[in-house]
Design a protein around this ligand. Structure first.
Ligand code: NAD
Ligand code: TYD
Length: 349
């Protein structure tokens, strides 16, 4: 297939681009290179003949007609996979505007561009796959895993913006007959994740001899999945998913934040004196649990990476790629956290 991958310079989008190129697909990445987009994530893609990078914002209406009918490709895209997003919950609490602009309005701009392309080309529009999140379902406080028919009840501005995008995708399928698929995945970990999210932040803080800020009591539950398993699920949904369908993807590996923290302490050779309990995230979802039975039954997909192995390999990757994360842990990034949580640096004992 000829694929257009938006947000492909980010953490999961770059994992997907590597996977798709390795499977023989041609991949054009469109990415605005925001604070978390990083061309170094695509180093392994550069040698593939089918790889191309275009810098641009998904919300820029003007770029779409030329991009979708680009003669340089020789043939049109068969599918468009939208990873582009503002993705960090804490940032959405500080300022929701970029989340609404990229996640909601940006997605709608792509949907309109795909629709217009179809109208110009006798209905031959690419399949559109929206990469969504389990956070659209809210918190599983009743202990019941989310299924695809669990009502959407997003709690953070990030989750609300992703739910808004999902609703638009469903509406464009219903109203205009666009060939769409939505995947909703649980929390990802793996190499290349921006060090503001729990696992890379804690890993790199521990390398640096800094404390790790556990929000509240640390008993919140997330279901962790390796980014490459997520990417395999997205590819399966793209290749075999039913038009208009939603597929949940998850790691079958729910764990409390404190348990993850203790595993990271062990893997980095630090003790529990490096744990700092800090004030809780406002509106913090207590629990995400996801049932990916439909993806397993209908797509033949299930996660492959054993969590203990994947986490150890991830910590090793951060150890071996110190230049990558040190370049990212910039002044701007630290200032953001200071504003929200006060002094969180210092060294462990
Ligand atoms: P990320 O923040 O690492 O990457 C996002 C990418 O999108 C970056 O390369 C960024 O430059 C690009 N981008 C942002 N705004 C853009 C715009 N307006 N136009 C073009 N490009 C833009 O995020 P990630 O963790 O890789 O997440 C990718 C997708 O997967 C997101 O849609 C996210 O909601 C979803 N998701 C993430 C997780 C997770 O645990 N990280 C879980 C489920 C779903
Ligand atoms: P995060 O990686 O931000 O993902 P999400 O909020 O999308 O689930 O956070 C994962 C969990 O870790 C979440 O319960 C919040 C918690 N957390 C901390 O306790 N401390 C931190 O510094 C961060 C970034 C997250």
């Amino acid at each position: 297939m000829r694929l257009l991958v938006t947000g492909g310079a980010g953490f999961i989008g770059s994992s997907f681009a590597r996977l798709a190129l390795g499977a023989g697909h041609a991949v054009t990445v469109l990415d605005a290179l925001t604070y978390c987009g990083n061309l170094a994530n695509l180093d392994a893609a550069r040698d593939h003949a089918g790889y191309r990078f275009v810098k641009g914002d998904i919300g820029d209406k003007a770029l779409w007609p030329a991009l979708l009918s680009d003669a340089a490709l020789g043939a049109p895209f068969e599918a468009l996979v939208n990873f582009a997003a503002e993705s960090h919950v804490d940032r959405s609490i500080l300022d929701a505007t970029p989340f609404v602009l990229t996640n909601v309005a940006g997605t709608q701009v792509i949907l309109d561009a795909v629709r217009a392309y179809g109208e110009r080309n006798a209905g031959r529009a690419p399949r559109f796959l929206q990469v969504s999140t389990d956070e659209v379902y809210g918190s599983a406080d009743d202990g019941k895993p989310f299924t695809e028919s669990t009502p959407l009840k997003p709690n953070s501005p990030y989750a609300a913006s992703k739910a808004g995008a999902d609703m638009l995708v469903a509406a464009y399928h219903h109203t205009f007959g666009l060939d769409t698929v939505i995947t909703r995945c649980s929390n990802n970990y793996g190499p290349h994740q921006f060090p503001e999210k729990l696992i890379p932040l804690f890993t790199t803080n521990l390398f640096e001899g800094k404390l790790v800020p556990v929000y509240g009591d640390g008993k919140q539950v997330r279901d962790w999945i390796h980014c490459d398993d997520h990417s395999r699920g997205v590819l399966a949904a793209l290749e075999r998913g039913a038009s208009g369908a939603v597929y949940n993807l998850g790691g079958s590996n729910p764990a409390e934040n404190l348990a993850i923290t203790k595993l990271l302490l062990k893997l980095t050779g630090r003790d529990e004196s490096f744990i700092a309990h800090v004030k809780d995230r406002p509106g913090h979802d207590r629990k995400y649990l996801i049932d990916h039975g439909k993806a397993t039954r209908e797509l033949g997909w299930s996660p492959r990476v054993k969590f203990e192995d994947g986490l150890a390999e991830t910590v090793r990757w951060y150890r071996e790629h110190e230049g990558w994360w040190r370049a990212i842990k910039s002044g701007e990034y630290l200032k953001y956290y200071e504003r929200q949580y006060g002094d969180r640096g210092g060294s462990g004992t």
